[in-house]
Design a protein around this ligand. Structure first.
Ligand code: R1P
Ligand code: MN
Ligand code: MN
Length: 397
């Protein structure tokens, strides 16, 4: 018998809580997404619901401005350290579900090899331009007008193992962009490429002043190379449901069902809707706006505002929860909006856990790997794991 009938896992994408022990390896010493957003807001960051659950108690020694530790948190709190070789969403989410990505994926900081570009050109009949690491909004601001005239493909990468193709849908229709990305995915899964994700980046607009990316972004991740905890849950008959980009990150593996979303607000509304329904099992939600709209854009104001909106919706979610529900909120990596560059940052991620049927107040300490989350969910549903993570179910008392 499951202790909790439902588990709701929410990933606030890219909200780290201070440099990880191995941050130096990533040149990310000093990064601190939540801490620096707090400082930026000069005490005006207010996350009362998350704080009630224990968010501020994770960092008693170095409090987050506006999110002080409280005497009696109603949830359990801790932070998690990643062991995967990369600091991308795929690494983070797979690791949460018991599959750390230990073999490094392909990185092409100087751009992709000519041979690969040529294959994409031959397949698409379009020329490839840029082929360098770039911020996705900057690359379309700079090359979008050229693309409008020529129909060339804007290929770019980042500090992650990603091949991204930006296309103005007025000259490269969405369906065509997806086809090209599917092709690019099919030729980059193995060595020497082994690219974590191919990402379709459609946008609209007729000049650099108004180019806007659309929510038709599509991520083509590598297939998990081994079963994840999602597969184990599914095989045991525990229903699994993904909200937001969860389905893309796992290439649908181990997910019975799910829904794509257009924003954080939509993602939370969809999650609340499921919680209010008679859905059972595991609901896994990713909220990507923190990352795509604010973290990579180094927009601390926007990031903090989005956190406060999330917190209000968290209040709604908590109100909708039943006593037999267990909520876990964590993140997949950092993306400090005050840090140099525009890439993810190697940080601890916050972990808070809550159920109406539990007294709360417990310190879960530092958990590593992220797979402790999946191990806890498996133990709850009585499903065997591989021993990669360590369940903290017994600490929830
Ligand atoms: O700058 P944009 O296009 O948002 O891309 C960012 O989004 C990618 C996927 O999260 C990251 O690797 C980074 O490149
Ligand atoms: Mn992410
Ligand atoms: Mn990102």
């Amino acid at each position: 018998m499951a202790q909790f009938k439902r588990v709701i896992g929410i990933v606030t994408d890219s909200i780290g809580i201070g440099e990880a022990p191995d941050a130096a390896k990533f040149n990310d010493e000093g990064s601190d997404t939540l801490g620096h957003i707090g400082t930026f807001f000069k005490g005006q960051l207010a996350l009362p619901n998350w704080q009630q659950l224990g968010l501020g108690n994770i960092r008693q020694d170095q409090p987050i401005e506006g999110v002080a530790p409280i005497a009696h948190p109603i949830g359990y709190f801790g932070k998690m350290a990643e062991i995967s070789a990369g600091k991308d969403s795929m690494d983070g989410h797979w690791e949460m579900m018991g599959l750390p990505v230990t073999a490094p994926l392909g990185f092409f900081p100087q751009g992709f090899p000519e041979a690969l570009i040529k294959q994409i050109e031959d397949f698409s009949g379009r020329k490839v331009i840029v082929n360098l690491p770039y911020s996705g909004t900057e690359v379309i601001a700079k090359y979008g007008e050229q693309q409008l005239k020529t129909g060339d493909l804007i290929v770019y990468t980042s500090g992650d193992s990603v091949l991204q193709i930006a296309a103005n849908t007025a000259v490269i229709p969405l369906k065509e962009l997806y086809k090209i990305c599917e092709y690019a995915r099919s030729i980059t899964t193995d060595a020497p490429y082994k690219i974590g994700r191919v990402i379709a980046r459609p946008y609209v607009g007729d000049s650099a002043e108004n180019f806007t990316r659309t929510s038709d972004r599509h991520d083509y991740a590598l297939m998990p190379n081994a079963p994840t905890d999602l597969d184990r849950l599914q095989a045991a008959g525990v229903p699994t449901y993904g909200v937001g980009k969860i389905n893309d990150i796992f290439s649908g593996q181990g997910l019975d069902d799910g829904i794509h979303t257009v924003s954080n607000v939509d993602g939370m509304n969809q999650t609340i809707k499921q919680v209010k329904s008679d859905r059972q099992g595991f609901i896994f939600t990713n909220l990507v706006d923190f990352d795509a709209m604010y973290g990579h854009r180094r927009n601390a104001q926007g990031d903090g505002e989005a956190l406060m909106i999330f917190d209000q919706q968290l209040g709604e979610l908590m109100a909708a929860m039943q006593p037999e529900d267990l909520l876990m909120i964590t993140s997949d990596h950092g993306n400090d909006p005050t840090f140099r560059g525009t890439d993810h940052t190697r940080e601890f991620v916050p972990l808070v856990v809550y159920s109406k049927s539990l007294p709360g107040g417990g310190d879960l300490g530092i958990r590593s790997p992220f797979a402790d989350m999946g191990a806890t969910i498996l133990e709850n549903f009585g499903v065997a794991g591989t021993g990669v993570g360590h369940s903290f179910l017994a600490a929830l008392k």
